[in-house]
Write a protein that binds this ligand. Sequence first.
Ligand code: GAR
Length: 195
Amino acid sequence: MTLRVAILISGSGSNMVRLVEDMVGDHPARPCLVLSNVASAGGLGKAQARGVPTAVVDHKPYGDDRAAFEEALHSALVAHGTQIICLAGFMRVLTEGFVRRWEGKMLNIHPSLLPKYKGLNTHARALEAGDTQAGCSVHLVTPALDDGPILGQRAVPIQPGDTVDALAARVLVEEHQLYPAALRDFCESVSKHNE
Ligand code: GAR
C-alpha cells in the first residue's frame, strides 16, 4: 500500500520540493499534503505547481493556545489521510501532546550535525565556535527539541572566511540530497514492516 506523506513548511520549501520530486516511480510513498502555518510561504505555490494539495493553518489567530492550533493541524493532516509527516523548515515548536500522536511517524531536517546546535542560528553558532565542519541531520521527532533518533547526516567543511549565508547555502545543497534519501529509506522500512 502506498504511504501518504504530508510535508509541513513555513518558508520557501526547497526541501519540500526535493521530497515531492523524489516520491515517484518505485518510491513507496506519495505526497498527500503540503501544509504551512504561514499563508505567504513561497513553498505553497511550488506544491500547487506540482499538483500537491495544500493547506494553511495559521498559528496567529490561536495566540498562546498551542493545543487549539495543533488540534487544527492534526485535523487537516487526518483529513488528507496522512501516515507520515516530514517537517521541512516548519518553524513552530510542537508540544509533547502533538508529537506523541505522531511519534515514530514524524521526521525533521535540522541544519546542524546534531546533537550540536539544537534550535536556531545553527550556522552562526558553528562559525563562532571555530568548528571545522557544519552539516545537516534528519531525525525522528520526539518531544524534546531536535533530539530524536538520527536517521542520517551529511557534513560540510567550513572554509576560511566563511559567512553564515555562504555556509547555509552549501549545507542546503546537502540537505536536498539527505532528506529524500532518508525519507525513502524510512518509507521502505515502514512498508516492509506493514507487509
Ligand atoms: C532548511 O535549512 C532547514 O534545515 C531549516 O530551515 C530551512 C528551510 O529551508 N530548518 C530548521 O531550521 C528547523 N529548525 P526550505 O524551506 O528551503 O526547505
